[in-house]
Write a protein that binds this ligand. Structure first.
Ligand code: ADP
Ligand code: ZN
Ligand code: ZN
Length: 745
């Protein structure tokens, strides 16, 4: 070969440099490209590069004067374009992505892609959003729809969804939630029954001018916390805090003071809250004190997110409030990271990279030289244990409610001794019913919580005891009455309600159990004075539905709010005096070592919705397990005793925080294939002979089949947690294989 420059004449300058680029592929390596030296390139900038026969967007993670060792310079392909003149990602964010990749078993490129808004990941921004809606005039009458349901159930399902939504729905949201593909919509469009529309982006959701609030006089307890935090912020050192305070104890007020101090120093801050708490009221509260605030959450359109990112990157906005992904906001000179409700399981991401936002927040604070505050009324046992042992986390406490409000009195009702009305399932026990009647009589409001949507969670055969299952998943199907159909809550597949038992063909099949739909029916039947608004995924079909329902409840159009998780957290209605937990056990039946912790958290959080004014409050918790520690301690608002008991159990069985637990889930179409895959993983892990790591399995997981694919699982418990490092090389190999998922549990 000649020694002429290998680079095509696309670039005038023959002089060049080699850039290492991380691409969003599972392969854990970087790729080298050549770039001309007439444009300065820095790590953190995005480039468009050829990859195979396609073009991809990647992030530059390193610059080398020479081609990689052992690679012929002629074979290094040039980048196609440099997309950022100024690096989009700071050095700290690049390092953070690397740490996430190493800790959570994915490639650097995967982690970087997760940080970037979709438009930046793809290299361009879209400016309109596709919506879909019914063409009311042309939709056929109900009788025809029934025929349609028999022949084209997907089309009928799409119509029913849109009908219920009652207006244009974002196409993306429709596809996510309905479990349908686009094709039935396309057919319906040809029939003239639905239409698509392009709606222009609303642009940046920033407020124009915000009225600044006067902060309230801090209580003595708040003052102590604020002083400790501000002192730490002023020292500009890394320090982690746990702010442990009951619901309504004024934690947010403490965050605001810390943020203000941080801003005074000219530094920025990030506030992470669970998606569900990210309401306009929450945002307004931060805006009223910190001025302009960027808001990042999953409901933003791509272009909105893009604009927010740019505003943050340039330092125009210094405070970011958002859900999980706000963690990666490119705030220059970050001084403070706050994670509110740090125990929330929604902070764990369930797709690659499978990181826990709270852990990444601590890591980012460390890399940026920032202070972090984790806040909760029911801290995760990992964080609580670390704070109690004074291991790297300082404990601050707010033991009392601010407004003099007392925590509500909690009555635990044993469902085993309650008798249902004849011909009905029990929904409200006598004590709950009495409390509700009294409250509604006094013109007060109530919240009822049931963590199960649909009408009834199972069909049961009275002859053989079999339960009807989804044909492609290993779970019972739920009856949804408004659809008159049975729905699988995993794959969202619908089918007709079973008329005979799948196992013995008996016709004596019966709906067992209670979901929110059935509960709503019962409340309306038993309490005529109740005006019920139901909040679950079947009623909240549009993004606006949630706010509309809450506004109507606040205004008094409704006096009973009944729903799933959506009603459990964060809501602050002073005239709610009764809270009912219809079945506290649903959380306990999950096959997860954190089930007790979740149950305690849920019962405590829901209870915290009651008695937020001087009218006081009453909570009724219905359960078949009144002696369970989660329920007993939650009824006494006693987190510390719960934590003590639960930690003793975790220690005995070597679960986190006393170990690192890593799960390896293998998946394939055939049993034989998945068993081979799992055995391969087990052999590779056991060959390391890591003496401090127990390797359990392979075994079928609690839900063995999902969407027609079979699963096997392995569990590693490493104690001490650092010992997991011994297995890292093997785990990093495994995570690149098709059909294997590795994640921290
Ligand atoms: P948490 O975040 O712990 O649930 P908040 O900070 O939301 O608690 O406070 C609960 C309520 O008490 C809010 O309405 C808030 O405005 C009010 N509040 C907080 N601190 C004070 C204070 N020092 N004086 C008066 N009211 C306060
Ligand atoms: Zn049967
Ligand atoms: Zn299914």
């Amino acid at each position: 070969m000649s020694d002429s420059p290998a680079q095509p004449s696309l670039f005038a300058a023959p002089e060049g440099q080699y850039v290492r680029v991380a691409l969003d592929t599972p392969v854990r390596r970087e790729f080298s490209y050549w770039a001309p030296s007439d444009q300065p390139i820095e790590p953190g900038a995005r480039v468009r590069v050829p990859f195979g026969s396609r073009q991809r967007v990647g992030v530059v993670v390193g610059i080398d004067p020479h081609p990689p060792v052992g690679v012929d310079a002629n074979r290094v392909r040039p980048i196609t374009a440099l997309l950022d003149a100024q690096p989009l990602l700071t050095p700290a964010l690049l390092r953070l992505a690397r740490t996430i990749a190493d800790h959570n078993f994915c490639s650097w490129g995967n982690a970087l892609a997760a940080m970037l808004p979709a438009t930046l990941r793809r290299g361009r921004a879209r400016r309109t959003i596709t919506h879909v809606e019914l063409v009311r005039e042309s939709v056929p009458p109900a009788a025809d729809l029934e025929v349609l349901a028999g022949r084209y159930p997907k089309q009928e399902k799409a119509i029913a969804y849109l009908e219920r939504a009652g207006g244009p729905v974002e196409l993306r949201e429709f596809l996510n939630r309905s479990g349908l593909s686009r094709s039935p919509l396309d057919t319906l469009r040809k029939k003239g029954w639905v239409r698509f529309s392009q709606i222009e982006e609303s642009g940046m959701p920033f407020a124009d001018e915000v009225a600044r609030d006067q902060p309230p006089q801090l209580t003595d307890q708040q003052r102590l916390c604020v002083d400790a935090l501000c002192e730490s912020i002023e020292r500009r050192e890394v320090e982690h805090f746990l702010l442990f305070g009951v619901t309504g104890s004024g934690k947010t007020e403490v965050y605001l003071h810390a943020l203000e101090r941080c801003l005074e120093q000219g530094r920025g801050g990030i506030v992470l809250v669970p998606e569900i708490s990210l309401t306009p009221q929450t945002v307004a509260r931060f805006r009223a004190r910190c001025g302009e605030v960027a808001v990042l959450h999953s409901g933003l359109t791509d272009a909105e997110r893009h604009d927010q990112w740019k505003a943050i990157r340039t330092g125009r906005v210094r405070v970011v409030v958002g859900a999980r992904s706000a963690l990666f906001a490119p705030v220059p000179d970050l001084g403070l990271i706050i994670v509110d409700e740090e125990h929330e399981s929604s902070f764990k991401q369930e797709s690659v990279p499978r990181y826990h936002a709270r852990d990444v927040a601590l890591e980012r604070a460390r890399l940026e030289g920032a202070v972090s505050i984790l806040g909760s009324a029911t801290p995760s046992l990992e964080i609580w244990h670390a704070a109690k042992e004074r291991r790297s986390i300082r404990l601050l406490e707010l033991p009392d409610r601010v407004a003099g409000g007392q925590l509500p009195q909690v009555q635990v009702v044993d469902l085993r001794s309650e008798r249902p009305e004849k011909g009905h399932w029990l929904v409200m026990s006598a004590p709950l019913r009495t409390a509700l009647e009294a409250a509604l009589e006094r013109d007060e409001k109530a919240i009822l919580f049931l963590n199960r949507r649909g009408y009834a969670p199972a069909w049961h055969c009275c002859d053989c005891g079999a339960v009807a299952h989804c044909p492609s998943c290993d779970v019972p199907i739920t009856y949804h009455k408004w659809r008159k159909r049975a729905l699988c809550h995993i794959c969202l597949n619908e089918q007709d309600q079973p008329k005979i038992c799948q196992a013995c063909s008996s016709v004596k099949v019966q709906l067992v159990g209670v979901g929110t739909e059935r509960a709503e029916e019962a409340v309306m039947r038993q309490l005529p004075q109740a005006r019920v608004v139901r909040m679950d995924r079947d009623t909240m079909l549009r993004r606006e539905s949630y706010e509309e329902a809450l506004d109507a409840f606040r205004a008094g159009t409704y006096n009973v709010l009944l729903g799933t998780q959506m009603v459990a957290k964060g809501l602050d209605f002073p005239d709610v005096t009764v809270v009912g937990v219809l079945n506290a056990d649903t959380a306990l039946h999950q096959p997860d070592f954190r089930a007790s912790e979740r149950c305690f958290d849920l019962v405590s959080q829901v209870s915290g919705r009651a008695g937020r004014s001087d009218r006081g409050g009453k909570v009724v918790v219905q359960t078949f397990l009144p002696d369970h520690p989660s329920i007993r301690h939650a009824a006494h608002h006693d987190f510390q005793s719960f934590a003590r008991d639960e930690l003793a159990e975790r220690r005995e069985f070597q679960y986190p925080p006393f170990s690192a637990a890593v799960r390896i889930t293998c998946e394939a179409e055939q049993v034989s294939a998945v068993e081979r895959l799992a055995q391969h993983a087990a052999d590779a892990l056991r060959a390391v002979r890591a003496s401090q790591c127990a390797i359990l399995g392979p075994a079928p997981p609690p839900v063995e089949r999902v969407r027609g694919r079979v699963r096997r699982q392995l569990l590693i418990k490493a104690s001490p947690a650092e010992a997991i490092a011994e297995l890292h090389p093997v785990l990093h190999e495994l995570c690149q294989k098709q059909g294997i998922v590795v994640d921290h549990w």
